[in-house]
Design a protein around this ligand. Structure first.
Ligand code: SAH
Length: 362
């Protein structure tokens, strides 16, 4: 069955077979279909989202992430208001459409300070503001929306609740906490970004099929997909064998698996924004981003974090671009986009769903 039919019919075994596909001709067909759909649905523009990693402090103990509270080998930082604003102004000067403020789940980040930052960025620039600050209180999310925030990025990491609970310790729940959070964010009027890591020890092909179907159900505006990368200061990085499932069921954290998922996601959610992620560039520095962009992706997220902090935002080791400046990232990424024959996005790069919704509301 072709992948579009399999996704439309929610035919799980067939979707799973596509994820397991290794024949080069079949994969070439999948990638060509995804690229064609990308061009027809979201065009040749590649939108740039300037990523500002505002704090690496974190109160959580996620078993995969190098920022986890238990990692006491990491020097912690919080960017100042002035530093964050300077990055946002630089993003505007570079012609980016969006800034993303990202951090660990840092209770020390003051609600009012973030509100004021959002207001100032919105007043001084034409940038869309995306927040990616973890699972914050609903009252804060309301305040930040009222202050002018446009989007929220919160990966649900895996739709398998048992696996999620194992790698993301927190209060027990019968529902996926992040999926609930995403539904609340949508009610508050945020454009929604989410996504998963590919190849988490314990993640099965059936889980990945459910992830894909959940992307569609949640009508996500943006879907970020990257490989899980082992970090030596985390339990998952140190003891993956404690989590792995049977070899024939375990999803590998491989480059090819990420491309297959990007392509299937484009076919499942044709109008969504899909980034070629930094994690993908980390496992293939030469052309990971390009291959992502040619197999369904239409977004890149150049890092804008000041050089002195970059290495410290170590969610995983050897992160791509960690030694570069914002100007290096701009030059490198725009060059890569133009060499592919694509164009640089103009405007905010809102998703098609959100543009249609806004038009209907007028
Ligand atoms: N605290 C925020 C931002 C986390 S960093 C939050 O939890 O939403 C953004 C993303 O990096 C995470 O959602 C996760 O998918 C990814 N990430 C974290 N550790 C990783 C690892 N070891 N390998 C690959 N991706 C990782």
């Amino acid at each position: 069955m072709n992948p579009v039919q399999a996704l439309e019919r929610q035919a799980r075994p067939e979707i799973e077979a596509w994820l397991k596909e290794t024949r080069p001709e079949a994969l070439a067909e999948l990638y060509a279909a995804a690229d064609q759909t990308r061009r027809a649905e979201v065009g040749d523009e590649v939108h740039l989202r300037g990523l500002i990693e505002i704090s690496n402090r974190c109160d959580r103990q996620c078993l995969y992430c190098g920022l986890r509270a238990g990692n006491d080998t990491l020097t912690r930082y919080t960017m100042t208001r002035g530093e964050i604003l300077a990055c946002a102004r630089q993003a505007q000067a570079y012609g980016y459409g969006t800034v993303v403020l990202q951090s660990g789940e840092d209770a020390g980040l003051d609600t009012d300070l973030i509100s004021e930052l959002i207001q100032t960025i919105k007043r001084e620039t034409a940038l869309a503001v995306t927040l990616s600050l973890g699972e914050r209180a609903i009252s804060e999310l309301e305040r930040w929306k009222a202050a002018g925030a446009d989007r929220y990025l919160l990966r649900f990491e895996t739709s398998n609740l048992e696996l999620y609970a194992a790698i993301h310790p927190g209060p027990t729940s019968h529902q996926h906490p992040r999926v609930q959070h995403l539904r609340r964010l949508r009610e508050l009027g945020y454009e929604l970004g989410s996504g998963v890591m590919v190849g988490i020890p314990g993640q099965t092909y059936a889980d990945l099929v459910n992830d894909l179907l959940l992307f569609k159900e949640l009508e996500l505006d943006m879907i970020g997909l990257g490989p899980w990368i082992a970090h030596a200061q985390t339990p998952l990085g140190r003891f993956p064998e404690r989590f792995l499932v049977e070899p024939e069921e375990q999803v590998p954290a491989s480059e090819d698996m990420v491309y297959k998922l990007i392509a299937l996601t484009r076919l499942a959610c044709p109008g969504s924004n899909i980034p070629a992620t930094t994690a993908l560039a980390t496992i293939n520095a030469r052309d990971g981003r390009e291959l992502g962009l040619q197999r369904g992706a239409n977004i890149v997220m150049p890092i804008m974090t000041p050089v002195q902090y970059r290495r410290l935002y170590e969610i995983y080791p050897d992160k791509a671009c960690a030694d570069e400046s914002s100007e290096d990232c701009r030059r490198c990424l725009t060059g890569r986009i133009l060499r592919l024959g694509r164009t640089l996005g103009s405007g905010r790069g809102d998703s098609r769903r959100s543009i249609t919704t806004k038009r209907l509301a007028c």
